[in-house]
Ligand binder design. Structure first.
Ligand code: T46
Length: 132
């Protein structure tokens, strides 16, 4: 699997304005059990710094921009999220860090599972040991 995989949603705008649509199972590769959004960010403070054991997520920057560092333990890649209809797939066991938020950034994240702190790996050394 590629470290960076984008999910592009149909943009159905017309003269009245823009509309982006996503359907679970069709565009989003899982049943969405939870969503959350990050906004009103402190631009100087990075977030994330963890991997998930089983959770699958897709992150859309629906306003402004931010960067996401993706790390599978062997390879790292940093991408810019700045398109409302282009989401970044965050598979399990990918260490991820978000930074360089624009002031107006709204990051919408769709998640395959309910919140479970036990699914987080927040220690990078432990993450690497599990990946090896
Ligand atoms: C992720 C990245 C992209 C909850 O109680 N329920 C929730 O659904 C979420 C997402 C968070 N929380 C609590 C846990 C913490 O006490 O909200 C607090 C902030 O969460 P956290 O520090 O994990 O936030 P980020 O921005 O570092 O990470 C979040 C997600 O937690 C994480 O799953 O992949 O965004």
């Amino acid at each position: 699997m590629n470290l960076i995989e984008w999910i592009e949603l149909p943009s159905l705008g017309d003269q009245r304005g823009s509309l982006v649509v996503g359907e679970a199972g069709k565009h989003i590769p899982f049943d969405i059990k939870r969503f959350y959004y990050i906004f009103d960010v402190d631009m100087q403070v990075p977030r994330g710094f963890h991997a998930h054991k089983e959770l699958v997520q897709v992150a859309f920057c629906i306003q402004g921009s931010c960067k996401m560092l993706m790390d599978n333990g062997k390879e790292k890649s940093e991408v810019l999220l700045n398109q409302v209809n282009k989401g970044l797939l965050i598979p399990p066991m990918i260490w991820h860090e978000m930074h360089d938020f624009s002031k107006d950034c709204i990051l919408l994240v769709l998640a395959s599972q309910h919140y479970d702190e036990n699914d987080y790996i927040r220690n990078y050394t432990k993450f690497q040991a599990i990946r090896d």
